[in-house]
Design a protein around this ligand. Sequence first.
Ligand code: NAD
Length: 264
Amino acid sequence: MPSYDLSGQVAIVTGGGSGIGRAVARRFAREGCQVAVADLDGERAARVAAEITDAGGAALALTVDVTRQADADRMVAETVARFGQLNIQFNNAGIARVAPLLETDEATWDAIMNVNAKGVLFCAQAAARQMITQGSGGRIINNASAAGKIAPGRIALGAYSASKHAVVGLTRQMAHEWAQHGILVNCVCPGIVDTPMWDVIDREVAQREGAPIGSVKARVVATIPIGRIEQPEDVANMVAFLASADASYVMGQAVDVSGGRIPY
Ligand SMILES: NC(=O)c1ccc[n+]([C@@H]2O[C@H](COP(=O)([O-])OP(=O)(O)OC[C@H]3O[C@@H](n4cnc5c(N)ncnc54)[C@H](O)[C@@H]3O)[C@@H](O)[C@H]2O)c1
C-alpha cells in the first residue's frame, strides 16, 4: 500500500463513524495525522476514535450534524481547540434513499440534499475559513460518487444522484474560489463500496423487486470490471493521495475510484 507522510497535520473526517469515513480516519491516523472523527452518531465516532488511540494515534470524537451550520463551525472550533490547527478535511457524511423519481416526495428530497449537498457546503466553508485564517493552505476532499457523474439507472437513486452531482459542482467552484489561499479542493467518486449504506440500498431495491436480499448487490458487483466489490480502504488510498504532497498540483477534480464501472 502506498504511504504518504502526513505527520504533524490535523484532519477532520465527517461521517467518520462508519464505512468509508472510518477507513479514511484510520488511514489518516496511520499517516501521522491527529484526527477528529465527526458523526451524527456520537457512539460510532467514539468507537472509531478509540480504535485510533488504541493503535497509538491521536483522535477526538465529535457528535456533529453536518446539516447544521452551527455544528459545522463547532466541529472545526473544537478540533482547533484540541489539536491547534486544521490542515485536511474529508467531507464524507452522506445518506442514500431508494425511491423512483415519481415517488420522491419533498421530505425525501430535502433529507438527501440537506446531508449530501448542504452539509458538504457548510463543512467546507467552516474548514476553509479556518485554513484561510491560518494562512498556510490546506486540503479539502469531498466524497461524491460515481452517481455524481452518471445516472444510477435501474437502481432508483435519483435524488441521491442529483445530490452527488451537486457535490461535484460545489467541488469545482470551491477549488476556484479557494485556490488563491493555497487550499486545494477535490472530490472522490467511489463506485460500489462494501459498507452499511450498500446493504440498505440492496435491501430496499430487493424489496421493491421482490428479489432475494443480497441479489441486487451481487448483480451490480458483477458489472465491475476489476471483478470485486470496492472496499472502504480502496477509497482511503485515493483520499490519502489527494491529501498528500504528491497531489500538490491537483484541484477541482472529481476523481473516479470505481474499479472501471464508469469510464472517467
Ligand atoms: N457505499 C458506497 O457504495 C458509496 C459509493 C459512493 C459514494 N459513497 C458516499 O460515501 C459516503 C460514506 O458512505 P458509506 O458507504 O461509508 O456510508 P455509511 O452509512 O457506512 O456511513 C455514513 C456515516 O455518515 C453518518 N451521517 C449520516 N448523516 C449525518 C449527518 N447529518 N451528520 C453527520 N454524520 C452523518 C452516519 O451516521 C454514518 O456513520 C457517503 O457520502 C456516500 O454517499 C458511498
